[in-house]
Design a protein around this ligand. Sequence first.
Ligand code: F1P
Length: 317
Amino acid sequence: MNTTEKVIFEQFPYWEKAIGSNAASGKADDLLVFVGCGTSFNLALSLAAYANSLKCRAIAVPGAEWLNRPSYFWPEWQKTHVVALSRSGETTETVAAAKASRAAGAFVTAVTVEAESALAKNCDQLICSPTHPDEGIVMTVSASLMVLLSLQMIGQTVPASIVASARQLANTLDASLPDIIKDRSHFVFLGGGPLFGIALEGALKLMEMSQLLTQAFHPLEYRHGPISLVDEKTAVVVLYSSDQREAEAKLVGELREKGAVVIGFGGPGDLELPVDVDLSLAGLAVLPALQILGERAAQAHHIDTVSPRHLTKVVTL
Ligand code: F1P
């Protein structure tokens, strides 16, 4: 077992520490702007959707965009509550965006796993919980932790039982995976609402780990063009939404007819994984399983995820 894999399976005690470690907080009337880069931006997209569903107005913006052209995203960008997500707390664009927002009058919350980082030192509110010491270049445990902490920040209760649900999903997926993904080199991740950011994260994770071509779409968007690429090299991961399961299952039927294998989280597929949590927590519960999927796809193609090609733990300009 390599370190990436070990860390993915050992992440749950860190979840247990983070559960209940922070309460709902922030400035209720301000627009919430979730900002981050890479994985942290994908998480931001999902968190903004969750925040809106809890009646906190929210958007998600990549770090460099919020730094350089905030007025294209929100005209009164100075009067916002910026939630800057960064594992390292050192990513240039995210730290600079947090500093600039603060200087302009915004309230800035940092969500990170590094209490001594530049981001942690340049915020009005710090939300932080330690990560696994062996977490490597590819972000796994910290991604889950930042989602968990941010959900708590927007007032979502995260029950202790989520740990068992997430562990079970990762183990069940892992038990049946090798055969399903053998000979697949094009991975598509579909998720709607709060699961779209998580689908993007599944795609980014698998691409970073395995160097394979990955894509992510809102489920029904996939029929509007991208479906032309589906063939017997395609694996589609569907993150079913409880409110749209029927339409998504119909799409899955079409994809299977065209040669794709389908891994269904919470709905039909060649591999069906029961998701026993509500949509409000599903984004968090599926993350470890998506991380192990990336690792297994990499192993199937003999790619080392401990030193992924062209990647560094922190991107600074
Ligand atoms: C963000 C990030 C990661 C990516 C890579 C480089 O880091 O873009 O998502 O996987 O390792 O950094 P951070 O701001 O969350 O530390």
